[in-house]
Design a protein around this ligand. Structure first.
Ligand SMILES: [Zn+2]
Length: 114
């Protein structure tokens, strides 16, 4: 007899409509949700921001408490850019850049039209 896997909501046991993957620490987990519980899950959710975390967030974790000195000087000095030698990485960066440009162009075109 053939077995058919039916996804059920991991909360209530109703047929699931979506499998959600999420990360807890370094572990990536999967959980199935019915539409009701999926709605509950996504209610308070937010989208991840692109790029780095805000400076304060990373510093809070990384650096131990240090007395803050009042300095109004903001560092604008840039780190020396390292040349990317890995072709795979380079290719990815280029693709991402092209995609971003494309998206921007579409956005502008849409703004012009509408
Ligand atoms: Zn459910």
């Amino acid at each position: 007899m053939a077995e058919r896997a039916i996804l059920v909501c991991d909360v209530c046991g109703e047929p699931a409509s979506e499998t959600v993957s999420f990360k807890v620490g370094t572990r990536t987990l999967l959980k199935d949700f019915c539409s009701k519980h999926l709605a509950e899950l996504t209610a308070g959710a937010r989208r991840p921001r692109r790029g780095r975390k805000p400076k304060s967030a990373t510093q809070l974790q990384a650096a131990p408490r240090r007395p803050r000195r009042a300095s109004k000087k903001t560092t604008t000095a840039r780190r020396p850019t390292r040349q990317i030698k890995d072709t795979a990485t380079l290719e990815k960066r280029r693709a991402a850049l092209a995609k971003a440009r494309q998206a921007l162009a579409e956005k502008r075109a849409a703004a012009k039209a509408g």
